[in-house]
Design a protein around this ligand. Sequence first.
Ligand SMILES: C[S@@+](CC[C@H](N)C(=O)[O-])C[C@H]1O[C@@H](n2cnc3c(N)ncnc32)[C@H](O)[C@@H]1O
Length: 268
Amino acid sequence: MKQRGQPTDRKFEARNRRMIGRIAKDRRLARASIDWINTSAPFEYAYHFKWLGIPIIQLPPDIIALQEIIWKTKPDLIVETGVARGGSMILYASLLELIGGNGRVGGVDIDIRAPNRRAIETHKLAKRITLIEGSSTDERTARKVHALARGRKRVLVILDSNHTHEHVARELELYSPLVKKGGYLLVFDTVIERMPAGYFANRPWDHGNNPMTAVRQFLRRNGRFVEDPEMAKLLISAAPGGYLLCVSDTAKAKRNPRKRRPARQRGG
Ligand SMILES: C[S@@+](CC[C@H](N)C(=O)[O-])C[C@H]1O[C@@H](n2cnc3c(N)ncnc32)[C@H](O)[C@@H]1O
């Protein structure tokens, strides 16, 4: 029985969409969120969570968003670059197990340490996971990932390894073709662009050289993906602007808007 005051699902969803639109435009909320992220970062906040016993290096709202996307799109393969301790592998495998079918997880990392490999390979959900050791931008690694994707129709790609512009730009070239219309390509740590310059003193990435700058360049050149506006709701996220929805299977080279046409082609 419908309870008084409880909106129908459609009304509930429509109201949520309107609210999320307001969230996306609210500067005060955006400032408070990035302040919160910057204030909690020195405490290594994102390192303190586990999924089914294994550490996952993500902010909780991003973990929820990953769950929403996996449940909604029901991928038959999830590829992630950047495995670390393996919590994200177990998160994806646990959701694929609940969904049923033969969905698999492929994890790429340049350095899979022995205890981490052991924890993943002895986990109850290990049967769904393939680990590939190597740099994600190495041609041999890419060939192994593409072999894993052969015959798979709904591939979700998540980039969370080396966060320099050059590295992410190359990962986008290598792995975005795996994602088809209706699927997602997620790029983590775009938030670095909103953090103070020089924050990562011992890392090669910084303001102006990070996943966000690579995503902007990718979206200018590749017409197959758009930013998912719904994810503005996350606020406390390592991937603002990094949740990319595939809207077309055909690659349309986009005209570089900054490049001016030669004078004789210009009309008027
Ligand atoms: C932020 S952690 C990944 C966190 C993980 N996705 C999770 O949710 O728990 C980044 C990982 O990327 C790996 N990495 C760094 N450079 C890489 C590269 N060139 N290719 C593949 N993995 C790389 C590091 O070894 C590290 O384990």
